[in-house]
Design a protein around this ligand. Structure first.
Ligand code: ZN
Length: 256
């Protein structure tokens, strides 16, 4: 599997992007890298501002969800855009057709997915850990694209950023239990674990299966294979830090 993301550096920060999207000039996007081994919790905010500066954007233009590991999706419509309503409570995914509205999400191991429908045009972002993934948050995003913008799933392109890989994502019985009751249970991919009552969850394959089940073409699904836990020199990892918060990977997407 070839890694589709490449890296660049601006504002003293390393970041990752998909060249095929970048060169169109029709959509702007990126994922932040770990700045250094600084473990001060307040470093997040400063990094966020500098990361946005790469695209000449600031926090006043950033829209994000509260990220509660749910499946709620909100549309940043013209009214919300004008109100500068920038934080959406109880929400893990956002979509918008407003030019200049920067959709952002944060993670340390969880998967961030960026959505782009060039035909509308419109963009979206979703935060998906095991709970959101197993409950099909990415399919909910597609429903909202269809409802809000009349998007045809075959027009959608999706990019999954760096996330904890199946190599490192051991989960307990409670995850299998939740997934067994999900309408997407056939799409969820587990591998046998080494310990009794544990398995390894593949967030990338699970979400790819859900996307193609919802009508997205396989060739329009781009997946980063960077494991955040295996690559802690590049990314923050909650598990890699022994369940402590050391910082967040930030993903953004917007229509210029
Ligand atoms: Zn790994």
């Amino acid at each position: 599997m070839k890694e589709p993301l490449i890296t660049s550096q601006k504002e003293g920060l390393k970041y990752f992007f998909l060249p095929a999207w970048e060169k169109t000039g029709l959509v702007k996007h990126g994922f932040s890298a770990r700045k250094n081994n600084n473990e001060r919790p307040d470093v997040d905010r400063e990094e966020r501002a500098r990361f946005l500066k790469i695209w000449a954007k600031n926090e006043e233009e950033l829209y994000s969800g509260e990220q509660v590991h749910g499946t709620a999706v909100c549309t940043v419509d013209r009214a919300a855009f004008r109100r500068r309503e920038r934080e959406f409570p109880g929400v893990d995914a956002l979509v918008t057709a407003e030019r200049g509205a920067v959709l952002g999400a944060f993670s340390a191991d969880c998967l961030l997915a960026l959505f782009w429908d060039a035909a509308v045009p419109a963009v979206g972002i979703a935060h998906a850990g095991w709970r959101g993934s197993c409950m099909g948050i990415l399919s909910r995003v597609i429903e909202v694209f269809r409802y809000s913008f009349n998007t045809k799933p075959q027009d959608l392109q999706v990019l999954m950023g760096p996330s904890i890989g199946p190599c490192c994502y051991e989960v307990g019985d409670e995850v299998l239990h939740l997934c067994s009751g999900s309408p997407w249970k056939k799409e969820v991919v587990f591998y046998p674990g080494f310990r009794e009552g544990h398995s390894f969850l593949d967030l990338r394959k699970t979400n790819s299966n859900i996307l193609s089940g919802a009508g997205v073409n396989r060739e329009n699904i781009h997946v980063s294979y960077y494991c955040t836990r295996c690559n802690q020199h590049l990314f923050y990892s909650y598990r890699g830090a022994g369940g402590r918060h050391t910082g967040s990977l930030m993903g953004i997407i917007f229509l210029p």
